[in-house]
Design a protein around this ligand. Structure first.
Ligand code: AMP
Length: 377
């Protein structure tokens, strides 16, 4: 058991690292962040920010020497870094689970191997693989890079063989998956915490809507039948057990119009769709990350109120600083900004949560706040 005021390390200095650092420091731990960006969002909230590359030997040695345990906030930290750290200090989640989660071919293969459903897909390494897959899969389909894709980046829609070939070239012929485009009823996510000894706590299922491939809104509780929510929860738990996972795991689902529940992908860390837990649950997903990292039992995940979370993207800064006073005039709306210096279109700058009696009421407030933030006098 690792107790305060031990030092916890986090690889990656984005908003997830920032919210982890705030949670850990509130609980009495000290936090060191490794991120090459001298102005990373997490760096300014940590006790120490090592601004170095993820494979910098001196930085890795320093983390291994001083940190009682280390976690990651994004899955593209070099595998060697995780392995080097793992040889000396507890790293949670471990490198094996991270390696699977960050590669769509391994990820989807793993999910299938354990009897869980995904959209139909084919692994694509060569143009021949692609031709063969196009003949077997009903088009349109999505061609997605196996690694380094996020928020809908690194994916193209394919309507015919010609587009498939062009798409593969556009993606620079890196390993990909070609995936059936399913007809979506809605999208769900399940976030859970699992300790090293297999104790789990699952947050209520989130209902997610996306805009341009980027998460826009999460509603909790999800407006789906209890049986669907239960099935998604069971599938996420099965996946975590199969991975012998330790840490916070997010699993994204597609609910198709014909009633199939499919796993889209997983993230070996807290997730954007779990930010609502900061304001609406007894423990947040970041407190769970601290607990599981430190060998403590996961905390309770009670939902204290219906909630809606809305992402704030850099587009909102097009006409200058948004009028935050409008948002603050709502007593049950909470603002979270990530301290990013530059607003760019599509960049996640923050989020707000709306608390209310029902999801519908929260949504109404959320849309009102959105309109007010967009309106400039
Ligand atoms: P991803 O990066 O794979 O999570 O994809 C981003 C978003 O694109 C998803 O949240 C869906 O809204 C949409 N999408 C991705 N894959 C599919 C698919 N196979 N069928 C339908 N929509 C998809």
């Amino acid at each position: 058991m690792i107790l305060p005021p031990s030092i916890l390390g986090v690889l990656g200095g984005g908003q997830l690292g920032r919210m982890f650092a705030v949670a850990a420091r509130t609980m009495g731990y000290r936090v060191w962040v490794l991120d090459p960006d001298p102005h990373s969002p997490a760096g300014s909230t940590a006790d120490r920010h090592i601004a170095a590359d993820y494979n910098d030997p001196a930085a890795i040695a320093e983390l291994a020497e001083h940190c009682a345990a280390i976690t990651t906030e994004f899955e593209n930290v070099p595998a060697e870094t995780l392995q080097q750290l793992e040889a000396k200090v507890a790293v949670r989640p471990g490198s094996a689970a991270v390696a699977i989660a960050r590669n769509r071919i391994l990820e989807k293969g793993f999910i299938h191997q354990h009897g869980l459903a995904t959209a139909r897909f084919f692994a694509i390494h060569t143009a021949d693989d692609l031709d063969a897959a196009c003949r077997q899969l009903q088009l349109p389909a999505l061609l997605k890079t196996a690694s380094l894709g996020y928020d809908g980046k690194g994916q193209v829609t394919i309507n015919n063989l010609q587009e498939a070939r062009e798409g593969f070239l556009q993606l620079q012929e890196v390993p990909c998956v070609l995936e059936e485009r399913v007809s979506l009823e809605l999208e769900l996510s399940v976030i859970l915490a699992r300790s090293a000894t297999g104790d789990t706590a699952v947050f209520p299922v989130g209902e997610n809507s996306h805009s341009n491939g980027i998460l826009d809104v999460t509603c909790v509780p999800a407006r789906v039948p209890a049986a669907i929510a239960g099935q998604a929860t069971d599938m996420a738990l099965q996946l975590a057990a199969a991975l012998q996972y330790c840490g916070v795991l997010a699993v994204e689902f597609f609910l198709t119009r014909d009633g199939r529940l499919l796993i889209n992908e997983m993230a070996p860390r807290p997730h954007n769709s779990g930010h609502y837990t900061l304001d609406a649950c007894l423990n947040s997903q970041f407190e769970q990350q601290v607990r599981t990292l430190c060998g403590l039992a996961p905390g309770a995940t009670d939902l204290l109120s219906p909630v809606v979370m809305v992402n704030i993207l850099g587009d909102l800064w097009n006409d200058g600083t948004p009028p935050w006073q409008q948002l603050f005039s709502h007593p049950r709306v909470k603002l979270h900004l990530y301290g990013k210096r530059q607003a760019r279109p599509g960049r996640k700058m923050g989020h707000y949560t709306c608390i209310g009696e029902t999801v519908e009421q929260c949504l109404e407030t959320a849309e009102q706040v959105r309109a007010e933030l967009l309106k400039r006098t």
